[in-house]
Design a protein around this ligand. Structure first.
Ligand SMILES: CC[C@H](C(=O)O)C(=O)SCCNC(=O)CCNC(=O)[C@H](O)C(C)(C)COP(=O)(O)OP(=O)(O)OC[C@H]1O[C@@H](n2cnc3c(N)ncnc32)[C@H](O)[C@@H]1OP(=O)(O)O
Ligand SMILES: [Co+2]
Length: 134
């Protein structure tokens, strides 16, 4: 069911500082910040040869990552995003297996303009999982 690793997301307390570090200290190809109000975050993608890093910063009062940053004030790995061919088939199969799909259970359009869903971290060894339909 899951395919390529699309990205690994890191929640950061200072987006500009994290971008500077990846660009200047790590010499990475750092994209421009994208506000994603429907998801309550500002994201920056860092293109790597074999996957992407997604830097996350809270956007708005109801950001779903605010609690994470309160618990992890220096930041931390927030989620892993795997690619799937059919997100509704994947969702229904995961629900049938008793996995918790977060939010309404309906996919939202993510930062790449593709449908995404999130699966509860407690069902995946403490790892928040995002699925993106490609
Ligand atoms: C623009 C879209 C972009 C893209 O790639 O396209 C994105 O990736 S958007 C990313 C931001 N959106 C989301 O993360 C949506 C899904 N996340 C959520 O719904 C929440 O973050 C949730 C429910 C996972 C956690 O919310 P919150 O921390 O407010 O709730 P709890 O305190 O009840 O947490 C429950 C339990 O889970 C632990 N937790 C929380 N976040 C994570 C995490 N990222 N990884 C692992 N574990 C996590 C939290 O510590 C609690 O554990 P407990 O032992 O009960 O204290
Ligand atoms: Co993501």
């Amino acid at each position: 069911m899951i395919g390529r690793l699309n990205h690994i997301a890191i929640a950061v307390p200072d987006l500009e500082a994290a971008c500077d570090q990846y660009r200047n200290t790590l010499g990475a190809n750092v994209g421009a910040p994208q506000d994603e109000p429907d998801h309550g975050v500002t994201v920056v993608f860092i293109e790597l040869p074999n996957t992407k890093v997604e830097l996350l910063y809270p956007l708005g009062e109801d950001s779903p990552i605010r609690g994470f940053l309160d618990k992890n004030p220096v930041g931390g790995i927030h989620h892993m995003c795997y690619e799937v061919n059919d997100i509704l088939v994947a969702r229904d199969r995961l629900k049938a297996d008793g996995m918790r799909v977060l939010g309404t259970g309906e996919p939202k359009i993510g930062a790449h303009g593709k449908p995404v869903l999130f699966l509860h971290p407690k069902d995946f060894n403490g790892c928040l999982v995002e699925l993106e339909q490609v």
